[in-house]
Design a protein around this ligand. Structure first.
Ligand SMILES: Cc1ncc(COP(=O)(O)O)c(C=O)c1O
Length: 491
């Protein structure tokens, strides 16, 4: 039978009108009907509707509390409903909710830029705002490209009315180098430097060509020897590649990348969208190898996980390349409507205030040690764990049928475990068969124990169930029906 969408809309409108009783349909039903979720196979989706949160916990519509084991997509830092953050946003609401940075400015964006420059690795001197991790990376890519195109200030002589715009130089350095399995976001520039086939392959006709290196010192050196002369920038997630499955880089990789970039005149873009704001044990991951990148991309934890805001920091040298008379058209022609939104900047300032006051980063070594110990006790040597990877509070637990054999991908084992762990009051999201643990920095030792114990229990149950099926099924391992909330991979 054909549905009449307009009739349905009328029904919904009348249900929502002030005089009508509360809507008959639950949030979950209404969600299924209207909301299209990211990275989600909607044919199988059963929404868990979160209506409140507190500290490290999310609270569902039915009152159940879940430990937020992935910091609400790697964003939350100091916990949910932090009074200081709530107050900062409310206070800013009383002054100014939004005004553009295109041609105007406002105090929160100025104060935040000043503080970020003070906290970032030395040499980063200017802040360009945007709204998400993807846009922070897009901005860095475009700035790096334009930097190499623009002649040095003064080189082309003053612009005249007859020659208003400086002619771009031939694009000799127009290639980007990125890591295999890189993930830098979902907009097309970020996808072009990304390397996760499942997300990116379909779009390949739309993407620019990117050179790749494996995250090993030998491969990196070889890539620079072969392509250093044509590279515009090397883009890297420092220390650990998150969405690739929490792949930890060898010690010294980032520092060597900095040296190679300098030797070959290549810009270094550090994508700290995931690693920034304490996740790896220092405020920024770059600090651990004493590296100052040419671009530092920040988002996610920037506002403590409260509001969408991103920042791309860069050096005086890059910034200077964009200066000149208006007619020279050297300005950076990029910007979004909500770039540097005052409410988001106010949240970010309050978050930085908590970092300073509570010495959040100084407290991390103890928490990291607790997490390392719990993981070793509960999951080290587990017969269904192929590898445990950790950098600070970023963890990947790679599951397998045995320690040296993966599960068939169609079993969606990671997703099954993440579904099961909800029964024990924990929210996780898998990256394929890698379970990601990335709790908020505010998590207590007791909550870390809950997180790891619940994960262990869910792994035991799901893997035992699969083993039992395999014992009775004709094939190597029987395929289970896909779990309701299964998204195959990612964040
Ligand atoms: C390293 C990295 N860069 C960029 C992004 C994209 O960020 P967003 O989802 O805010 O666009 C992510 C998201 O997970 C990320 O992990």
């Amino acid at each position: 039978m054909e549905m009449d969408p307009d009739k349905d809309k009328d029904k919904d409108r009348s249900r929502m009108s002030a005089s009508s009783p509360a809507p008959a349909a639950s949030y979950a039903e209404r969600d299924r009907r209207y909301v299209w979720h990211p990275f989600t196979q909607m044919a199988h989706f059963e929404p868990l509707v979160i209506t409140e949160a507190e500290g490290a916990y999310l609270i569902a519509e039915d009152g159940r509390r879940y430990l937020d084991g992935v910091s609400s997509l790697w964003a939350n830092v100091h916990g949910h409903r932090r009074p200081e953050l709530d107050r900062a946003v409310s206070a800013q609401l009383g002054r100014l909710a939004h005004s553009t940075l295109l041609g105007l400015s406002h105090p929160p964006s100025i104060e935040l830029a000043e503080q970020l420059v003070g906290l970032a690795p030395p040499g980063l001197a200017h802040v360009f705002y945007s709204d998400s991790g993807s846009t922070a990376v897009e901005v860095a890519l475009k700035m790096a490209f334009q930097y190499h195109q623009a002649p040095l200030p003064g080189a082309a002589g003053p612009a005249t009315a007859a020659s208003p715009a400086e002619a771009p130089r031939p694009p000799t350095r127009h290639r980007f180098l990125a890591l295999t399995d890189a993930y830098h976001g979902d907009t097309l520039g970020a996808v072009s430097v990304g390397g996760i086939d499942l997300f990116h392959k379909l779009f390949s006709p739309l993407l620019f060509h990117t050179l790749r290196t494996a995250p090993t010192l030998a491969a990196l050196e070889a890539a620079f020897v072969a392509h250093g002369h044509e590279l515009c920038a090397f883009v890297v997630e420092p220390l650990i590649q998150g969405a690739a499955g929490m792949l930890v880089q060898p010690a010294g990789f980032l520092a060597r990348a900095r040296e190679l970039c300098d030797e070959h005149g290549v810009l270094l873009i550090a994508d700290e969208v995931a690693t920034g704001f304490g996740r790896t044990g220092t405020l920024f991951a770059c600090e651990q190898e004493g590296v100052s990148p040419d671009f530092l991309c920040l988002a996610k934890g920037l506002t403590g996980g409260y509001l969408p805001l991103a920042a791309t920091l860069t050096t005086e040298a890059v910034y200077a390349r964009f200066l000149g008379p208006r007619a020279a058209q050297r300005a950076f022609f990029h910007g979004h409507t909500y770039t540097g939104n005052p409410l988001a900047c106010a949240a970010a300032l309050a978050s930085l205030e908590i970092f300073a006051r509570e010495k959040t980063v100084q407290q991390l070594p103890d928490k990291i040690a607790v997490l390392t110990r719990l993981l070793a006790e509960q999951l080290g040597g587990h017969r269904h764990v192929r590898q445990l990877r950790q950098r600070g509070l970023m963890v990947g637990i790679e599951l397998g049928a045995t320690p040296d054999r993966s599960y068939p991908a169609e079993l969606l084992v990671g997703a099954q475990v993440c579904e099961r762990v909800r029964d024990y009051g924990v929210i996780l999201r898998p990256l394929g068969d890698v379970l990601v643990l990335m709790p908020p920095l505010c998590i207590s030792a007791a909550e870390l124990a809950t997180l790891v114990h619940a994960t262990r229990r869910a792994v035991d149950e799901v893997c035992a169930g699969l083993a039992a099926q395999a014992a009775t099924a004709p094939g190597p391992v029987a395929a289970a029906p896909p779990p309701a909330a299964a998204a195959p991979v990612r964040r």
